[in-house]
Ligand binder design. Structure first.
Ligand SMILES: [Mg+2]
Length: 389
């Protein structure tokens, strides 16, 4: 089995006005991703996804160009089952053979960001191919599935204090969720405005539904500590990205200021960044994004770091289908996983891009059974929304 072709597209799917939401990322009018298709000489097709923008909208011209012009040619003729070897080859660049012999990394200068987003897309697609070639779901190749269904949380919550309770209760009615996440932070201005929204949410949903908040990294350390103080009696399950990812010591200071668990990691890539979060005691819950952190292989390693530091793991799955399904398989196999992110924003990159129905029932998501990652891309839909760049 050899890689025959590698093709990436910037897929941009418009979101109808009635389904759009507004946050600190602005009005979200499209869902964008770099979608990767790898085909083998025996006709197997694997799908991957790379991500380089916050929120669901963004420009993917550079990432797609890199996949098609720089990464793709290096994969042609390779055995797609060499997933880890290919990961290290792409990460280490011209010194990959020296790194392989020496037993430690010698990465390229541009070793984060778009580079690892591209590796993520390749890694996800290669796992899809390996599973399909063996007739097994990817979770079986990662060590097995600890549950057949896993608890999910509804990810949304943008409404103002007067409407947030109804918005969150509509999520419970739709999917039976027992855990809900709402947005806070810069979109509200001062921390007390966000705290008032969270208080209204807690009053509406009662004490028995888990409530998480996500500030998208928009607070200063001082503002984040103030927010923790103002919400200390609201039993939050986690406070996500209180400050920017580039302030890991500040995140640790926020964590130490109260008893609210801190979750972070959607803006982090590779095992090395999550090692730093663990050593600095910056977070309780790691949230790597499979389409940005380095794919399924790296997400599994990050889950192992979480487990070793007695932390937990809940991947960032605000994503298209390849990334979302990758997250399901990783959660099924990782000892540190406990809950799955399920977007309640408009998500055509899952629901319209694949032929399967993806939904939560009783607040749970089923772990896929089919070989590979377990989804079928609608190639006509993809072609119709591919940007010509
Ligand atoms: Mg987040």
């Amino acid at each position: 089995m050899r890689v025959k072709s590698v093709q990436a597209w910037w897929v941009r799917i418009p979101i109808e006005v009635a389904k759009q939401h507004r946050s600190d990322f602005g009005q979200v009018t499209t869902f964008d991703a770099a979608i990767l298709r790898i085909e083998t000489d025996d006709g197997l097709v694997g799908w991957g996804e790379g991500k380089n923008a916050a929120g669901s909208a963004g420009s993917y011209a550079a990432l797609v160009h890199m996949l098609n012009r720089e990464i793709g040619p290096q994969l042609i003729g390779r055995d797609p089952a060499d997933i880890g070897v290919i990961w290290e080859m792409l990460y280490n660049g011209v010194r990959h053979e020296a790194a392989a012999h020496a037993g430690h990394a010698m990465p390229q200068l541009a070793r984060r960001g778009v580079s690892v987003a591209a590796i993520s897309a390749v890694d996800i697609a290669l796992w899809d191919i390996l599973g399909k070639s063996l007739g097994q779901p990817v979770w079986r190749l990662l060590g097995g599935r600890k549950v057949e269904r896993m608890q999910a949380y509804a990810s949304g919550g943008w409404a103002a204090a007067g409407a947030i309770g109804e918005q969150l209760k509509s999520y419970v009615a739709r999917g039976g969720f027992k855990a809900l996440k709402m947005r806070v932070g810069a979109m509200d201005g001062a921390p007390h405005v966000s705290a008032a929204r969270v208080r209204a949410a807690r009053q509406a949903i009662g004490p028995d539904v888990e409530l998480m908040v996500d500030a998208h990294g928009t607070y200063t350390v001082a503002e984040a500590k103030r927010f923790i103080n103002l919400t200390a009696d609201l039993d939050l399950a986690w406070f996500e990205e209180p400050v920017i990812a580039d302030d890991k010591p500040g995140m640790a200071e926020v964590r130490a200021s109260g008893s609210t668990p801190i979750a972070t990691g959607e803006s982090e890539a590779t095992r090395y960044s999550f090692r730093d979060l663990a050593v600095l005691k910056s977070a309780d819950i790691f949230q790597p994004d499979p389409a940005f952190c380095g794919g399924i292989s790296e997400a599994m390693k990050i889950g192992t770091i979480a487990s070793a530091f007695n932390l937990r793991f809940s991947p960032h799955l605000w994503a298209g289908a390849p990334c979302f399904f990758a997250g399901l398989h990783v959660c099924a196999a990782s000892p540190a996983s406990f809950i799955i992110e399920y977007s309640l924003g408009a998500n055509p990159m899952i629901h319209d891009l694949v032929e399967e129905t993806v939904e939560a029932k009783d607040g749970m998501i089923a772990i896929p059974e089919k070989p590979g990652l377990g989804f079928t891309i609608s190639e006509r839909f993809l072609e119709a929304h591919a940007q010509r760049s």
